[in-house]
Design a protein around this ligand. Structure first.
Ligand code: ADP
Ligand code: MG
Length: 385
């Protein structure tokens, strides 16, 4: 997967020259991510276990002598933006450019002094597929702006600034996972992140003869934002009823379920509590070199997301069931739900068979064909040239 980056860098440099009639000062890259396990645990102060993909967002950038931020993306060719750093304000930059401008804004809010710059974005990551192209974009831009301005910001802090850009500038209430994964992951590892303390640890993710297959179900369903908000509210209400700061703090599941009257809250609590345990069990299995057994954790997580948290969608259920029947060790929906991707842990020799089986199952239902991508645990954000 490293060769395409070299070619892509050369292409991006040429495209930068064409767009701005000058050479770039460098190219920075931040990866997308897949969360191996730990879904809907982040806002319950719990645990997540993402790893970085080989795919991601690259940005070619050159410093300017004025205070203008010029923003272009090869994926949004007719939506170039230009904004003066002094004019940066939440809501003032529309569309995709808000993710990049928001980073400059967040840096300034934190007391840093980013310089004006011309930026050209390129990406080999599908957008809106739950692979976190938004955080990859923010973090690649953050690295570029910091380095061009000589600002040395520790990566955990940079992750918070990028999150702030998305929360307060773009207006998306995401947690800290995506930006932490983009900035802190290392090749061959997953990142165990405690969303309460924001402490993280590297966990070896040695796949041996297995492949982590991502199935982009290419399905998006209505009401996603409303469903997400209602799940958060249900979790908060349940924690309140149980007298704990967050569902992370539930230590006795049976007692907690007995104490709740609302069957919906009981299902939500069951998911969050067991999901945190599945993250810990998965970390234990990975540290013991028992990656095959992680498959069962993924499938258990999927069933819990489907039946207890009720955020799965038909295309995800069919992808998981079909993959497992075709030989996958396990699989689950990833992301908030109601659309996006599925991951499956597949013996490498069976990847073709699993893809064929999923394609056939979708075709039989008259669904749009899914897209496939191999998830290789890769390095976090870095300068490429
Ligand atoms: P995800 O992060 O799961 O891919 P989001 O909805 O959070 O989905 O972020 C997708 C948004 O990020 C896009 O709609 C676009 O505004 C922005 N984005 C991501 N990649 C690019 C890119 N290469 N060029 C321009 N905008 C991008
Ligand atoms: Mg995103």
């Amino acid at each position: 997967m490293s060769t395409p980056i070299t070619n892509a860098s050369r292409d991006l440099d040429a495209a930068f020259h064409e767009a701005y009639r000058r050479p770039s000062d460098g190219i920075w890259h931040a990866p997308g991510r897949v969360n191996l396990i730990g879904e809907h645990t982040d806002y319950n102060d719990g645990l997540v276990l993402p790893f970085a993909l080989a795919q991601g967002v690259s940005v070619a950038a050159a410093a300017r002598d004025d205070d203008v931020l010029e923003l272009r993306s090869l994926q949004a060719a007719d939506e170039a933006a230009s904004v003066r750093l002094d004019d940066l304000a939440p809501g003032a930059t529309e569309g995709w450019a808000g993710y990049a401008a928001g980073v400059a804004w967040a840096l300034r809010e934190a007391g840093h002094r980013p310089r004006g710059a011309s930026l050209l974005i390129d990406s080999d990551l599908p957008q809106g597929a739950g692979l976190s192209s938004s955080a990859a974009l923010e973090c690649a831009v953050a690295l570029a702006l910091c380095e061009l301005s000589g600002a040395e910001v520790p990566r955990p802090e940079l992750a918070r600034l990028a999150q702030r850009a998305e929360n307060d500038f773009v207006g998306m209430p995401c947690g800290i996972m995506d930006q932490s994964a983009a900035l802190l992951c290392t090749a061959g590892h997953a990142l165990l992140l405690d969303c309460r303390s924001e402490l993280s640890a590297q966990v070896p993710l040695d796949l041996g003869g297995l492949t982590l297959l991502v199935v982009d179900t290419r399905a998006a369903h209505e009401l996603v934002d409303g469903e997400y908000a209602s799940r958060r509210a249900e979790c908060e209400a349940a924690a309140g009823a149980l007298g704990v700061p967050a569902l992370r703090d539930v230590t006795d599941l049976t007692a907690a379920l007995d104490a709740l009257d609302d069957p919906v809250q009981r299902r939500r609590v069951r998911h969050v509590v067991t999901e945190n345990h599945r993250v810990e069990a998965t970390v234990g299995l990975l540290r013991a070199g028992a990656v095959t057994e992680v498959g069962a954790m993924l499938t258990a997580a999927h069933l819990s997301l489907r039946d207890q948290f009720e955020v799965s969608w038909p295309e995800a259920d069919v992808a998981v069931e079909t993959a497992v029947r075709a030989g996958a060790r396990g699989g689950r929906m990833v992301g908030g739900g109601f659309g996006g991707s599925v991951i499956a842990l597949v013996p490498s020799g069976l990847v073709g068979r699993v893809c064929d089986a999923v394609l056939t199952a979708y075709e039989a239902r008259g669904w749009r064909a899914p897209a496939f991508l191999t998830a290789v645990p890769s390095a976090g954000a870095r300068r490429l040239t």
